[in-house]
Design a protein around this ligand. Structure first.
Ligand code: ZN
Length: 1205
């Protein structure tokens, strides 16, 4: 863990603020600011050069061949659809004549322009409502007129200009009509906070407005008044971080806005306002906005409050939060209450359409046809008034418009059956709520219910309405229900009181033991969502307290952590920690239960049933939600982390002991949990409770005790320690004489076991670093020490089973005992015996036959002194009858043994080869780039091909692969500055073993592949000849060629050989094939003995950058000969063609699999967890920005141009 903790993410040193308002924005204004602006401009110049680099740091440099399908639209899901966009020239700032090229974008709300089409933040944002005119001014130019300013644009053609003018005019017309009642031009009427803020790097302050889910930046108040801003920032991707005293950063995936407030207090207010804005942005308005498209739905159906966010999906009415509480009280058989914002899944297209077709107005024409003014609700009505009114309205139907057929059931049913065939849902509503039976008999043998009738007539809204009301209770005024009897209780408000001992609240985690003297006795009262503490139960004024909704976490300390036996901690969202204690366990339990109940929402209530040590809310990201974090309710119980995910109302449990990876990014405080098939990022929204969570999760992810099941476990339920050791021995120890019998170095064994026990997940055993005898003894010692032993409580039964003389009944006995073992013991025993079976199969190499192993492992596993052989006997039996006892698939076993044989052979061949880490069993492969955050540890079986490895890596990162993505595994040699794409069928293991310390394997896209394939497809015969510059590093043939410089040579590459000709004068002959044979080449190499790498070491000063490094290794075993030389081409194309030709010849024309994507499914060894089949492009570690970078980077390769072959 330590090394991961220390992983620091490289910081961007470039300033990121400079490009926001470039000179033109400051220049194109009134002359009076001209002077100051030119000064500013001077001071910006340094930064200016980095603008495109910094702003585009996430998006791609414009390379000309990257497609325009940038991820922005996808990220920016809340955006209003773009009506038109394109490049336009904008009139120059005053005093200049040069037009500025701008990317201009128009949607219904704004006209914006940007530096480039990739920018997310505009240089100028003009609300369409503030545009007073659009004027065609000739020469492809047009003007956009606003109250205080005119923007002149020039299109590329008159046609384009006319289009712009037309769409702008229509847009302006629409928005003016829409806001005719609202005379303001400014979108931020209901701002949360506004004022001047300094932005680091800018001289003048910006007028900043936090409004709903956006932050707007204006040059000054005047611009703000007119609504003409610089840019708007969507807060759904924002994150606010407090920096130094007055400074704070608003971080988005695209840039960081560093603000400085005027005072500390103001900073706090700004930070709070922006955080609220983020919260608002995160809640989903999509459904609400669609529902509100019907004007009457913009007011509560019951009390007229604005922007109601709740609805009864069966009654087809929309209402406010306060009324929703009362609707809920009616019970779902009367009112099915759902949130427009939170219950996203409920809102099918049909349901939304139903709400648009009915709407509050028409619904009220029925429900509220006869409301006496005295009973009408107002915004200020009390809950009692609301309850009374809403009960009368919907449960009793007191105010409804009675249908003419009311009371005549048969007629009502009949009318319903007829009406559902039409589109008049309002009539259906009236019929149903006046008593028509939704499931009445239609008399039609085919279409037996009104729903079937409606379906038959394709009346989808009727179907929707009827379906929602299948179980609705019809209003019945005759049966008076006492108003106070509530059918469906909303969670009662929790009340609890009693004495607790309390310390002062703290702003940092408690690290030391708090003695009793630090606590004071307080009378504590939990009531109505408030927790207050008083000097005594006689006092009326509390000493202090906190609102339940401010509580973000409740942690229960282990007994005796502090002076009082039982203590718990409360964390508030204002980063305060409150410690309470009591000696009474019952009181403790009551308090914890009551407090948790009062701040955990009802949706997550089931978490309260658990015996948690920590519960609270955290923001997290995962799967597809990589730019927007969500709220989840987390509950930690031992190694189980239970999560109520807000996003889909689903529950998950993560077994922390089975995590593949757990790390903290200290810099931005994200806890990364990698589980098989998914990665969860828990964010440190607040420092204090996050620290507590991180520590607790880390603690519980380690081994929690001394028994087998308390260890960190693999997916297969084997302790990670056991797996690590077995893997290592399999790789390096099977040929080691006396393995498991020889003793290692005691101190090393103890240290390694200790390290593994601390956090086995982070320990990778490596050849060279670790000795087989040490590792084998670690495994033995682990089993000897494990509490309860591998065979558990029934160990004696195993031992006595050896007394059964009949072999087959003895085996039966073992099988029976095995099936009684706990899950983890079963898995571990099976894995261990499998391993020992393999060890003894190679007894001719390691001298450890069945009996020898049994002598060693019997007493070890049974934790006996070894005087009695029955323990050894059990082990001997288990190994000998391994296949039968454990129901082993013999084919798999054979495969496994073959693999081991191969490894042994391979290692035998490689023994003379030195080099640390070169023979690592767990191979490190990088994705895209060699850096720690991109590293993957892959177990490479002998048969694994390059394509399989590539897919393995891509699968792990859940990268989706498109047909034209030529993902490929490269052998990269850093010292030689070369790389070689492995052929897709090439076996990886031999390559891996041949890699020196300067080399590594890297999976990335092969950008030249497409061009190579096109080139090869155009060739009839695969051969190539032409000039290249040649340099030989050392010559074993002693031909005396110059080794100091590159010389022009003529080459011919045929299906069998590469020939070099020194004399250029023979060129003419050479180009005529019939003459070729008469020309002896100076040098000739068989193609199959050549390995061609891309690139040449710069130190050799190649004349062009299009170089190839070629390694020749002779086939003759007795005289191993290795040459290395260099070829340099004049153009990139030339080099690509040479390389393609080599590849094609060496692989019989198969350069790329014909069915690349299909080959994937067959190559994949382990099926992916289908639930997580989606893309998650985020690397395992790295800062948030890095994560985001990589998201962008995977969408298209930013360095494609430079990386190209
Ligand atoms: Zn209301």
């Amino acid at each position: 863990m330590a090394n991961k903790m220390s992983l620091l993410v490289p910081k961007t040193t470039k300033p990121r603020y400079s490009s926001l308002c470039s000179d033109d924005e400051l220049l194109d204004d009134e002359t009076h600011c001209y002077q100051s602006v030119s000064v500013q401009r001077g001071s910006w110049c340094d930064d200016f050069g980095s603008i495109s680099g910094s702003q585009n740091s996430i998006y791609l440099p414009y390379t000309g061949h990257v497609s325009a399908s940038l991820p922005r639209e996808e990220l920016d899901s809340t955006s209003v659809p773009v009506i038109k966009m394109g490049w336009l020239d904008k009139n120059p700032p005053q005093g200049s004549l040069i037009y500025q090229r701008r990317w201009v974008k128009l949607d219904a709300e704004y006209l914006r322009y940007f530096d480039t089409e990739k920018d997310v933040y505009s240089k100028r944002i003009i609300p369409t409502v503030s545009i007073t005119g659009v004027v065609n001014v000739g020469d492809q130019k047009f003007e956009v007129v606003t109250h205080n300013r005119t923007f002149l644009f020039r299109a590329e053609s008159d046609l384009d200009r006319n289009e712009w003018v037309a769409v702008l005019k229509s847009c302006v017309g629409v928005s003016r009509a829409r806001t005719s009642l609202d005379l303001t031009f400014n979108p931020c009427v209901n701002y949360e906070m506004k004022g001047y803020l300094e932005m680091r790097g800018l001289r003048s302050k910006l007028y900043t407005v936090v409004c709903a889910d956006k932050v707007y930046l204006y040059k000054n108040t005047e611009d703000y008044r007119l609504g003409i801003g610089i840019t708007s920032i969507d807060m759904n991707v924002g994150n606010v971080k407090e920096m130094d005293r007055r400074g704070f950063d608003l971080t988005t995936p695209y840039r960081i806005f560093s603000f400085v407030a005027d005072t500390d207090q103001l900073k706090d207010q700004w930070v709070e306002a922006m955080r609220d804005s983020i919260k608002e942005a995160l809640s989903n308005y999509e459904v609400a906005e669609r529902i509100w498209a019907e004007p009457s739905n913009q007011m509560c159906a019951d009390c007229s409050a604005a922007k109601p966010e709740w609805a009864a999906i069966n009654l087809a009415v929309v209402f406010c939060k306060r009324c929703a509480g009362e609707h809920r009280g009616l019970g779902p058989s009367v009112s099915k209450v759902r949130s427009l914002k939170m219950d996203k899944k409920v809102w099918t297209e049909d349901l939304i359409q139903l709400f648009l077709a009915v709407g509050n107005e028409r619904a009220n024409q029925f429900w509220a046809a006869n409301v006496p003014p005295s009973e009408e609700l107002t915004l200020n009505s009390s809950s009692d008034e609301r309850r009374r009114f809403i009960t009368a309205k919907y449960r009793e139907g007191k105010y409804r418009r009675y249908h003419t057929l009311f009371g005549n059931q048969r007629e009502l049913n009949n009318a319903l059956c007829i009406n559902v065939q039409s589109s008049d849902v309002c009539e259906t509503l009236a019929l149903v709520f006046c008593g028509a039976d939704v499931s009445c008999d239609t008399g039609d043998p085919e279409l037996t219910s009104p729903i079937a009738l409606a379906q038959h007539h394709s009346q989808t809204l009727q179907v929707e309405f009827l379906t929602q009301n299948r179980h609705t209770e019809i209003p019945r005024s005759e049966v008076k229900v006492p108003i106070d009897t509530v059918h469906y209780m909303a969670p009662p408000s929790i009340t609890h009181n009693g004495f607790l001992f309390k310390t002062g609240s703290m702003a940092r985690p408690i690290t030391e033991k708090k003695g009793k003297e630090e606590f004071s006795r307080r009378w504590c009262v939990l009531n109505d969502g408030n927790f207050s503490y008083y000097e005594s139960d006689k006092n009326a004024t509390p000493n202090g307290g906190l609102k339940m909704k401010e509580i973000v976490c409740l942690a229960v300390n282990p007994p005796e952590t502090h002076g009082y036996d039982h203590t718990f901690e409360l964390y508030s969202d204002s980063e305060r920690l409150y410690l309470f204690g009591t000696d009474n366990p019952d009181a403790m339990r009551e308090w914890v239960k009551s407090i948790a109940k009062s701040f955990i929402p009802s949706g997550a209530e089931h978490l309260l049933l658990k015996d948690f040590e920590r519960i609270g809310r955290l923001r997290y990201k995962d799967r597809l939600n990589r730019e927007m974090s969500r709220l989840g309710w987390f509950c930690l119980v031992g190694s189980g982390l239970h999560i109520r995910l807000e996003e889909d109302n689903s529950d998950e449990t993560i077994d922390l002991q089975k995590l593949q990876e757990l790390s903290i990014q200290p810099e931005n405080e994200v806890l990364v949990l990698v589980e098989r098939g998914r990665t969860l990022y828990i964010e440190g929204e607040r420092k204090l409770d996050f620290q507590g969570w991180a520590a607790a999760i880390q603690r519980n992810a380690g081994s929690s005790g001394d028994t087998l099941s308390q260890q960190q476990l693999m997916d297969s339920d084997i302790p990670v320690i056991v797996d690590r050791c077995i893997q290592f021995i399999t790789q390096y120890g099977l040929t080691s004489e006396g393995i498991y019998r020889k003793s290692g170095v005691n101190s090393k064994i103890a240290a390694l076991l200790e390290e593994l026990r601390r956090d086995a997940r982070c320990v990778w055993l490596k050849e060279g670093e670790h000795q087989v005898d040490d590792v084998s003894n670690v495994l033995k010692r682990f089993f000897r020490d494990i509490a309860e032993g591998l065979f558990g409580a029934e160990a004696h039964a195993w031992l006595s089973a050896t007394g059964v003389s009949d072999e087959s009944s003895r085996i039966c006995q073992y099988r029976l005992l095995f099936s009684d073992l706990p899950r983890v013991n079963q898995a571990t025993l099976r894995a261990l015996v499998n391993h020992l079976y393999c060890v003894q199969r190679f007894a001719d190499l390691n001298q450890m036959n069945l009996h020898n192993l049994a002598i060693v492992f019997g007493p070890t596993l049974f934790q006996t002194d070894g005087k009695d052989y029955s323990a050894g006997r059990v082990i001997e039996d288990l190994i000998q009858h391994y296949v039968t006892i454990f129901h082993v698939n013999e084919q798999q076993l054979k495969k496994q043994l073959d693999e081991i044989t191969y490894i042994i052979k391979l290692r035998d061949n490689l023994t003379p080869k030195a080099g640390t880490g070169s023979g690592d069993f767990i191979c490190t492969v990088y994705l895209e780039e060699k850096k720690e955050t991109a590293e993957q540890h892959v177990k490479i079986p002998a048969a694994m091909t390059s394509a399989e490895l590539t897919f393995e890596i891509l699968d792990r990162r859940k990268l989706s692969v498109r047909e034209k993505d030529y993902w490929c595994c490269f052998e990269v040699n850093e010292k030689e500055e070369t790389e070689r794409p492995l052929h897709y069928q090439e076996r990886v293991l031999p390559i891996f073993h041949s890699l020196g310390t300067d080399s590594h394997l890297l999976v990335k896209k092969h950008f030249s592949m497409e061009a190579m394939l096109v080139y090869l497809a155009s060739k009839v015969e695969v051969s190539k000849h032409g000039m290249m510059k040649f340099r030989e590093e050392r010559s074993l043939l002693g031909l005396g060629l110059s080794s100091g410089s590159f010389n022009d040579r003529y080459f011919i590459l045929t299906s069998t050989s590469l020939r070099l000709y020194k004399e250029v004068r023979n060129l003419q002959k050479l180009q005529r094939p019939e003459l070729q044979c008469s020309n002896r080449p100076e040098r000739e190499w068989p193609v199959k003995c050549l390995k061609v790498y891309l690139g040449i070491k710069k130190k050799l000063r190649p004349p062009t950058c299009w170089g190839l490094t070629v390694v020749y290794e002779s086939e003759k075993q007795e005289k191993q000969e290795r040459q290395q030389w260099y070829l340099c081409c004049d153009t990139q194309t030339d080099m690509r063609e040479w390389f393609a030709t080599f590849m094609s010849i060496q692989n019989g024309g198969r350069v790329w699999p014909a069915e690349w994507l299909k080959s994937r499914s067959t190559s994949r060894s382990a099926p992916l967890d289908a639930r997580f089949g989606n893309v998650s492009l985020i690397p395992l570690r790295g800062s948030e920005n890095e994560m985001r970078n990589s998201v962008a980077a995977f969408t298209a390769d930013p360095l494609a141009l430079f990386r190209n072959v």
